[in-house]
Design a protein around this ligand. Structure first.
Ligand SMILES: C[S@@+](CC[C@H](N)C(=O)[O-])C[C@H]1O[C@@H](n2cnc3c(N)ncnc32)[C@H](O)[C@@H]1O
Length: 295
């Protein structure tokens, strides 16, 4: 379990503290979905809840085509959604960032905003248990910097049958942890991948035993032969085993400019619906696919 202590000056995952083009793309997708979700449910009697599990501050600093700009983050975009949500739940581990989120209450008077300073996994588990999920419907944004979402958390979310999820899957984190030569992976790295994917099957899928023993008879360790495509297919397969409907991911890259992204995938943006009713997940995924295809 991750510690609750969080030193704002020493973020463990500071490497992407400045976002890039992918930041804007994911936020635009989320924003469009939030409007469509509230519009589609506006004639029904559900309490509509927005849950942001890695909520940040409400603003994002990004660098696009060499230029540094500041844009509205997920929390502000959710608060500005029209038709609005009935409740907003912002989860954030950093004290400083939680205070910035609390300040949004004054900026958006009349909105029901709950700021929870906690580890997203612990807070989401409690939230899933807090409601009966008969009269509530929610959109959850999972936007971690790294491999912070435990599979058990996804299981709790799927079990509600009432939460639509946008998950910015940290592909580059997985790729880094799954070293080319299995000998370079310590048990901590292996456990973090298993926590992320909810199984240790990845070991067989990603790695192939070395055909030849080393010159001195030693074991050179297994090689990761799975490429990006195969690794992402495994992630998609796992999500599809858990949720009734999951879209193909939108791959988001780090390098290149906005028109010609390049390099290894940084993130994979997924939409997953937890409602088991074919009518409900069909509508939700159609909207999400429309949003993703337009990006
Ligand atoms: C990519 S940023 C989120 C940006 C935000 N969605 C936005 O659009 O403005 C990830 C956030 O997660 C927070 N964080 C990191 N680990 C966390 C954890 N285990 N639980 C909750 N928040 C965490 C970081 O402090 C950071 O603000």
């Amino acid at each position: 379990m991750e510690p609750l202590m969080f030193d704002d000056d020493m973020e463990p995952d500071d490497e992407h503290a400045f976002g890039g083009i992918w930041t804007r793309i994911k936020l635009e997708a989320l924003e469009k979905y939030l409007v469509a979700f509230n519009t589609a449910l506006s004639k029904q009697n559900f309490t509509r809840i927005y849950i942001d599990a890695f909520a940040g501050t409400g603003r994002c600093d990004i660098t696009v085509d060499g230029e540094k700009i500041s844009i509205d983050g997920s929390a502000r975009r959710a608060l500005a959604t029209d038709p609005p949500f009935d409740k907003y739940c912002f989860i954030e581990l950093s004290t400083k960032k939680s205070e910035a989120l609390k300040a949004l209450e004054a900026e958006y008077p009349g909105k029901s905003i709950d700021v929870i300073r906690d580890n997203a996994n612990a807070a989401l588990k409690k939230l899933c248990e807090r409601y009966a999920w008969r009269n509530e419907r929610a959109v959850l944004f999972l936007d971690p910097f790294g491999m912070h979402v435990d599979w058990m958390t996804l299981q709790a979310i799927a079990k509600t049958g009432a939460i639509d999820v946008w998950y910015l899957f940290p592909y580059s984190g997985l790729y880094r942890q799954a070293a080319k030569n299995a000998d370079a992976m310590d048990s901590g790295k292996e456990q973090s991948i298993t926590r992320l994917l909810g199984t240790d099957e990845w070991r067989q899928v990603f790695y192939t035993p070395k055909r030849q023993a080393s010159l001195f008879g030693g074991d050179d360790g297994d090689e990761r032969e799975a490429d990006h495509h195969q690794m992402l297919n495994f992630v998609s397969k796992r999500l599809k085993e858990l949720f009734p409907a999951v879209t193909d991911p939108k791959i988001l890259y780090q390098a290149g400019d906005s028109k010609n992204p390049s390099g290894a995938p940084l993130f994979a943006l997924y939409f997953a619906a937890s409602n088991p009713s074919p009518k409900a997940y069909g509508l939700a995924t159609n909207i999400a696919k429309g949003v993703l295809n337009a990006l």
